[in-house]
Ligand binder design. Structure first.
Ligand code: NAP
Ligand code: F7E
Length: 346
């Protein structure tokens, strides 16, 4: 009987939130999974699942800033599919480090795509594009909406989408797709993103380990989904007959303020807001203590006010349906942080 060899998938950014979930998903589909990581001064695998830490995923050192390392990783892994999740993904930081952001999120994509295409013109590539490319565009946003990014992060991602996804598909017949994903969160989310900052801080306040914390703009609206639900769509995009771009979103949008209130609710806390503008605070009704203050340093020089995705195309073509409701997502994150903080106490 003819042995069918395993499909080979290379994930860049495997140490991040999506990389970890995607590695688990692809391994469950029977793929040989390879992950590219960059050198760090401490354990780069702290945030990821046991599977990524286990020998079931092959880890290789490489950096999107280093063409030699990318060439070597591609030669050593011979991937059928590449998922480019590596990025400087923090929008706020992109205003402070625009050059690093452009270097990784734009030029890095070009290095990877060129190296991959040279090694195997039939390779299939997923590019992690983003709702930040819509920026100031009026909601709801879909694949036909104009792009209007306001941050160096959004700009670099948009240029990568235009130059290395759309143009390479047209000019070279490359199988490359952009997943235009709206915000997606989980217990593996980096601690500086607003959702995880809220659930982690609130869990610590609830257990008496922290008095208060600070946020910036409470009125920005985001379409927040559950990261674990989103990674399957990355894979499905690469299984289609034709490469195409898809918006993936829940179609529901909430303010940061509502996320905070929902997290308090999930942790059994009673909170209320008092005051206005930079003087606004949130008070824990049970203790009378101020637990949240506004700090203007957490505001961005330019803000994306309102993101709300229309994923009708993905619903039709990929059968996409978000499985996890907003309140369940907040509960999953709040419970995970409460348990994690409790575990550290014992
Ligand atoms: P994340 O947790 O911040 O992970 C980013 C990954 O990129 C990390 O593994 C990081 O490695 C790696 N990386 C950064 N610079 C690199 C470089 N120069 N060379 C190689 N690797 C590098 O991000 P995520 O939330 O999982 O998001 C995954 C991708 O989707 C990103 O491209 C992001 O821009 C995009 N995206 C995310 C969302 C969202 O809501 N999560 C929405 C739309 C698009 P270290 O661990 O060493 O830092
Ligand atoms: O901010 C506001 C902030 O940093 C959300 C990345 O994954 O999703 C993410 O980008 C909102 C913004 O995510 C704080 O001003 C208030 O309006 O959690 P965030 P993001 O900027 O939406 C997109 C789709 C990506 O592609 C990105 O890679 O929350 N906000 N106070 C705050 N944000 C942070 N981080 N910290 C605060 O204290």
């Amino acid at each position: 009987m003819k042995q069918t060899s395993k499909k080979r998938a290379l994930i860049t950014g495997i140490t991040g939130q999506d990389g970890s979930y995607l590695a688990e998903f692809l391994a469950s589909k029977g793929y040989a999974v390879f992950g590219m990581i960059r050198r760090a001064s401490n354990d780069p695998l702290v945030r990821v699942s046991d599977l990524v830490r286990s020998k079931k995923v092959t880890i290789l050192y490489g950096n999107l800033r280093d063409i030699g390392s990318i060439d070597r990783v591609i030669v050593e892994t011979c991937p059928d599919e590449i998922y480019n999740l590596a990025a400087q993904s923090d929008v706020g930081i992109s205003f402070k480090c625009p050059e690093e952001t452009t270097e990784v999120n734009y030029y890095g994509v070009g290095r990877l795509v060129n190296a991959a295409m040279k090694a195997n013109p039939k390779v299939r590539i997923y590019q992690a594009s983003t709702s930040e490319m819509f920026g100031k565009t009026k909601p709801p946003q879909n694949e036909r909406s104009p792009f209007a990014p306001v941050s160096p992060y959004g700009e670099a991602k948009l240029k990568a989408h235009q130059d290395f996804v759309v143009r390479y598909r047209d000019a070279h017949g490359l199988f490359i797709c952009s997943g235009i994903l709206f915000n997606h969160e989980s217990p593996l989310r980096g601690e500086h993103f607003v959702t995880r900052k809220i659930t982690l801080s609130m869990a610590r306040i609830r257990l008496g380990l922290q008095e208060s914390f600070e946020l910036g703009n409470l009125d920005a609206k985001r379409d927040w989904g559950y990261a674990k639900d989103y990674v399957e769509m990355m894979w499905l995009m690469l299984q289609q007959n034709k490469p195409q771009d898809f918006v993936i979103a829940t179609g529901e949008s909430h303010t940061v303020r509502v996320f905070f209130l929902e997290a308090a609710n999930a942790l059994g806390m009673h909170v209320s807001f008092k005051g206005q503008g930079l003087k606004e605070v949130a008070v824990d009704e049970d203790t009378g203590r101020i637990i949240l203050r506004i700090n203007k340093n957490f505001y961005r020089p330019l803000e994306v006010d309102y993101l709300l995705g229309d994923s009708a195309k993905a619903r039709r073509a990929l059968g996409w349906k978000p499985k996890t409701k907003f309140t369940d997502l907040v509960k999953i994150m709040a419970d995970a942080d409460l348990n994690q903080v409790r575990r550290k106490l014992t």
